[in-house]
Design a protein around this ligand. Sequence first.
Ligand code: GLU
Length: 294
Amino acid sequence: MSKPVFRFAPSPNGHLHIGHALSALLNARAAVALDGRFLVRVEDIDQARCTAALEADMFEDLEWLGLPLDEPVLRQSNHFPDYRAALERLQDMGLIYPAYLSRADIRRFVQATEESGKSWPRDPDGAPLYPGDRAVLCEAELSDRMDSDAPFTLRLDMGKALARVGADLTWQEAGSEGKALFDPPEAVAAEAANWGDVVVARKDTPTSYHLAVVVDDARQGITDVLRGQDLYHATSVHRVLQELLGLPQPRYRHHRLILGPDARKLSKSNDDTSLRSLRESGLTLTELRRRIGL
Ligand code: GLU
């Protein structure tokens, strides 16, 4: 059997926090325990927010964590043509449409709908499903936006996509810690319809997180995706894209999240839990491991 390949895939759009440390250390530990490889992928498709300085800081943090990183490191900003090619395949299948509503348009529409006593569906992250341009804009306004240089996203028509791949997709979920690492995976039903028409690219960027992640997991030969529980439901979308693009499916493992004192997910904008500031205030690696329960 070929060796398992794990990856840690941070975005250098802020400093890594202790939740990232948990993810990276769990991946490294699993790779060692299963005699596998451990790769790093820099998920920097958001060129407005990801910077070279943050990326350099990120590698410093990873070095401090003492991870046995394998080569090569993949930087997503070097691979836009590959994402474009995947996007074009989806376009050729007739599954992609340009969508012109801004976040503010969607917010206003949902608010008005809810004020009139109707509910509006939300995706697993809590964002409203895309209502469709024509539910919100009149024809004149829509053609105005199309003819001008207005921003747009490219969305996957989830209904059509599911009709193509079948609605009974599953993914293989294996444990993420301790003994569970060796347990056989269990099939989990993918429920991608709950996401509605997800964004797969933008006017100026030929990919979104969802598209790039499946292309790169396949390119890097990732056999085991071990990441935070916050991405558990996104796996449904990833499975649909893998099926559409004929990509192999890795095993998935989703680990516990480290929550802040307010019981919310940690954020890169909160410097109190950044590895950098904790290190500067004298935290040792042993103390960090204890704090994150490793
Ligand atoms: N880049 C994502 C993040 O920083 C992780 C993606 C993944 O592990 O699939 O949250």
